[in-house]
Ligand binder design. Structure first.
Ligand code: SF4
Length: 222
């Protein structure tokens, strides 16, 4: 199966459960969710005129909307050619769950990688059983897409940005019918704001949840 790849790069996972872990990020093109504050808007449209060769999306600044069709085998070949040493692969977007990720995650695992998907929860999650699924639910965004209960059920980790108590309440309503005892529940302060951090810390302490800090923003890396 071919996947529309916007960029591939190696860095440190900056947030959530795998904070600090060296990781290869595979960013897929395409997302219909429409978050107003999205910092990867260049991934929203998969325009035919922006299709390029695989070489043009590997280790190249991906802040534009170009993309290339690649198979799992081609991607793994690029990892080797680039000399990437990380064994953790983060499949992100865009919205990666627009695509069936079973092939990709299975092939990566067979090649010795651990997979993580970062998704908005607005699509069914299709991936290997062992893939770590992080759902960062996008509630009431412009496109009016519903955060799916089956995506939340599949999640290993639910990571929610918070600035106000109402964001915590939104999350509570969303997971009201889900057993979260086996999930890592993370709150992530919005934009490193002091009040958001204070709120997130307090709720995490009260509930024994995990605080997710966007460490890459403090380190000034991707
Ligand atoms: Fe951007 Fe992610 Fe929202 Fe899509 S789901 S609009 S990629 S933040």
């Amino acid at each position: 199966m071919n996947y529309p790849v916007n960029e591939v790069f190696e860095t440190i996972q900056g947030e959530g459960m795998f904070t600090g872990v060296p990781a290869i990020f595979v960013r897929l093109q395409g997302c219909p969710v429409g978050c107003a504050w999205c910092d990867t808007q260049h991934t929203w449209e998969k325009l035919a005129q922006n299709q390029v060769s695989p070489e043009q999306v590997i280790q190249v600044d991906g802040s534009i909307g170009r993309w290339s069709e690649m198979t799992a085998k081609e991607l793994i070949g690029h990892f080797t050619r680039m000399g990437f040493s990380a064994r953790h692969v983060v499949i992100t977007g865009g919205e990666p769950c627009m695509y069936d990720l079973q092939d990709l995650t299975t092939a990566l695992e067979q090649a010795g990688y651990r997979c993580q998907i970062e998704t908005s929860g607005t699509f069914e999650v299709n991936c290997s059983v062992d893939t770590w699924v992080t759902v960062s639910p996008k509630i009431n965004m412009k496109a009016g897409m519903i955060v799916r209960q089956d995506a939340l059920q599949r999640a290993n980790e639910i990571k929610h940005p918070v600035g106000l108590m109402r964001h915590v309440e939104e999350l509570d309503a969303l997971v009201a019918d889900i057993d979260t005892t086996d999930k890592v529940m993370c709150l992530q302060p919005i934009s490193q704001k002091a009040r958001a951090t204070e709120l997130a810390m307090q709720v995490c302490i009260d509930r024994n949840w995990r605080l997710s800090i966007q460490t890459h923003k403090y380190l000034n890396i991707d």
